[in-house]
Design a protein around this ligand. Sequence first.
Ligand SMILES: NC(=O)c1ccc[n+]([C@@H]2O[C@H](COP(=O)([O-])OP(=O)(O)OC[C@H]3O[C@@H](n4cnc5c(N)ncnc54)[C@H](O)[C@@H]3O)[C@@H](O)[C@H]2O)c1
Length: 333
Amino acid sequence: MTVLITGGAGFIGSNFVHYYLAEHPEEEIVNLDALTYAGNEANLKDIADQKNYHFVKGSIADSDLVDELFKQYQFDIVVNFAAESHVDRSILNPEIFVETNVLGTTTLLNASKKYGVKRYLQVSTDEVYGSLKEEGYFTEKTALAPNSPYSASKASADLLVMAYHRTFGLPVNITRCSNNYGPYQFPEKLIPLMIGQVMDGLELPVYGTGKNVRDWLHVLDHCRAIDLVLRKGRVGEIYNVGGHNERSNNQIVETIVKQMNYSKDKITYVKDRLGHDFRYAIDPTKLVEELGFKPLYTFDTGIKETINWYLENEDWWRPLQKRAKLKRLEDKS
Ligand SMILES: NC(=O)c1ccc[n+]([C@@H]2O[C@H](COP(=O)([O-])OP(=O)(O)OC[C@H]3O[C@@H](n4cnc5c(N)ncnc54)[C@H](O)[C@@H]3O)[C@@H](O)[C@H]2O)c1
């Protein structure tokens, strides 16, 4: 099999590239990544010289480049991780989210159709379902109701993916995962941001009241779920990915404070994010019952390992911390 992985220099994509090469050493991988501020070739330096791995710098929205790659490699499988992924940035600059997440996805769909790929998998998010109140879960039948420009662009892409399946018979899947955590996550996201703040002895800025709830899954469990859908998923189906691990932002920050022996007094509450979704919670029954998915990580083990990874890999995240303008810190009022 020859596999195109897009966005493979980002957080989840680079974990997936490592996972996939270890699980399927006989397959060939091409990683197409534009290396935006969130992409980092250093995530992949240990495999850069592997014969069955090729890195291509470029955008999924560049139709000439995408066509050339499909012609050259005749991909069997496409896994699209490439995206602008940060909600805060989508509030400041929505256009680039439409360009990459919507137009880029369409470019990949066109090439997948033209060259007849065997499976196209779109990596999506539970955020396309909008926000929950205290009760209930997102199932695959929950209506799409995205609130941020980021989630609206991801929902648009999902609709196009299903349209290419229904109109042209493209063999697609969509996975919609809850929040990921683990190694190689860009230091603007909640967990690595807070770990960095603790390491620097700084305040821990939490949006609003800190009561917003997210459903956290270790990135390697997400990678395993995607691989499972690629191997066993029914064509044209959407699978929610999660492990029933809901935590409020307060709980996440308090866990980090406790694990790192820091002071709770450093937690400060800052102006809430515009349109901040209150709660996400995934019902993963379809993935569990149809495909036998079971997460390997408990949150307790996963978060300890993740904190240790950031402690041991400061030379990885320090330069990124400088590269990113940490908007949420600037906004502190
Ligand atoms: N992080 C999460 O918790 C989470 C949860 C569910 C779904 N997702 C989805 O998973 C995917 C990966 O998320 P992530 O957290 O790893 O994101 P990330 O921001 O860490 O990585 C995105 C990668 O895509 C690349 N990229 C951006 N624009 C591109 C373009 N036009 N062409 C080619 N490459 C481009 C970047 O350089 C980067 O390497 C996204 O599609 C996101 O919507 C993320």
